[in-house]
Design a protein around this ligand. Structure first.
Ligand code: NAG
Ligand code: NAG
Ligand code: NAG
Ligand code: NAG
Length: 348
């Protein structure tokens, strides 16, 4: 199964380079067809952002399955109320709606704030939030200005926080500081030095004691962690090396999976022991063209499904894939991307 997905990604890459003949594509078609049959998320719809901001990089439902909540380019966390998106929260005390609403570029990042990840405490409904340019925050279920919990740990300031997960079993929060040297703008704008960086950290915050702890350091651009859900381990991605690791809170982290592209935030599936990760295969460097997938995988690296998002996310990256079950047992995927102005919803 995994080989097939790899082949698929390679085909896309070759097609873009126009080196693949029609015959070879026809040869592979039955495999692609078989792949489609295993994908239950066939119905697509989308929730458009209000005019202005772009880039819902993080997407989550609250503990009562309301939302989704999304973090967007102008620094707001928006909540979908069933009809439209409304303001929910923000992290910068200096943010003004007049100055910031609708901002798409990065120049206003410090004033307007930008969140690249959040995760709900299922018991209290509090939302834990990480800022793209540093800062770790919490905001209550009613929203508003988030309260800053910390700006750094072990005397090293947070530089580029990009993913977070609340561990319901241990009641701690895990988050990744992608680099201690390079910020979000550097990596997004493709600063070539940033790709070799290995100053990333995996950090834990204990909600009962309020203590922060560095679990792992010297990581190679780590991306959004996910708790196992049973308190045994935490998964994280290694952006630069296209790998996924799990860490049992002692010893060396174990490699779980090698991927054909860049992994971003990992999220737990409602099915125990299963996870989703967006995988972005670079098809062409200039202009940057990406084929994005969502990989559903298990704790030992078995790939259950590799879903292509190319039809709806043509040429751009996907940052998050969150699976939820509705109260009626319906399966639903919420997909977020920094490059678009909507949230994709795939249903079974
Ligand atoms: C960034 O966006 C703001 C507001 O939309 C605008 O005033 C500013 O000129 C933009 N900066 C750049 C470099 O595009
Ligand atoms: C907010 O504004 C104050 C006063 O202008 C400034 O000192 C502070 O650095 C600003 N904070 C941020 C996060 O931009
Ligand atoms: C990101 O880092 C670059 C230098 O590497 C700096 O010029 C830029 O101001 C930083 N951006 C923010 C928002 O801190
Ligand atoms: C993960 O998936 C692989 C391939 O389907 C399977 O062989 C393996 O037993 C699974 N691991 C777990 C822990 O379920």
């Amino acid at each position: 199964m995994y080989k097939l997905h790899f082949i698929l990604a390679t085909i896309v890459e070759l097609m873009a380079k126009k080196t693949l003949s029609v015959f070879i594509i026809l040869y592979f078609l039955p495999h692609l067809y078989a792949l489609r049959l295993t994908d239950p998320f066939t119905k697509y719809s989308q929730l458009n952002l209000p005019p202005g901001p772009v880039g819902p990089d993080s997407v989550a439902l609250n503990p009562s399955n309301k939302g989704p909540y999304v973090g967007v380019s102008d620094g707001r966390i928006l909540k979908y109320n069933g009809r439209e998106f409304e303001d929910f929260a923000w992290i910068s005390p200096n943010r003004s709606k007049a100055l910031c609403d609708g901002v798409r570029n990065l120049t206003m990042g410090r004033t307007c704030g930008r969140t690249l990840g959040f995760s709900f405490d299922p018991q209290t409904g509090d939302l834990y939030v990480v800022g793209a340019y540093g800062g770790f925050y919490r905001v209550g279920p009613k929203g508003g200005l988030a309260k800053k919990i910390a700006s750094g740990v072990n005397n090293v300031p947070f530089k580029f926080l990009n993913g977070i997960d609340f561990d319901p079993y241990r009641r701690v929060v895990y988050f990744t500081d992608t680099s201690s040297k390079y910020n979000f703008t550097d990596v997004l704008m493709g600063n070539p030095l940033s790709s070799k960086d290995s100053t990333g950290r995996l950090i834990e915050y204990d909600t009962r004691t309020g203590k922060l702890r560095v679990l792992l350091d010297k990581l190679h651009l780590p991306t959004g962690p996910a708790a196992s859900g049973d308190g045994r381990y935490v998964m994280y991605g290694s952006f630069g090396t296209h790998q996924i690791f799990k860490y049992y809170f002692k010893g060396e982290p174990q490699k779980v999976l090698d991927l054909p592209g860049y992994p971003l935030k990992i999220k737990r599936s409602p099915e125990s022991g299963l996870f989703w990760v967006p995988v972005n295969v670079v098809v062409r460097q200039k202009p940057l063209l990406i084929h994005s997938f969502g990989y559903k995988f298990n704790s030992t690296g078995g790939v259950i499904l590799a879903k292509s998002f190319a039809a709806q996310y043509s040429g751009v990256q996907v940052n998050i894939v969150q699976e939820y079950r509705s109260n009626l047992g319906r399966r639903r995927l919420y997909v977020g991307s920094i490059n678009v102005a909507f949230v994709g919803v795939y249903e079974s």
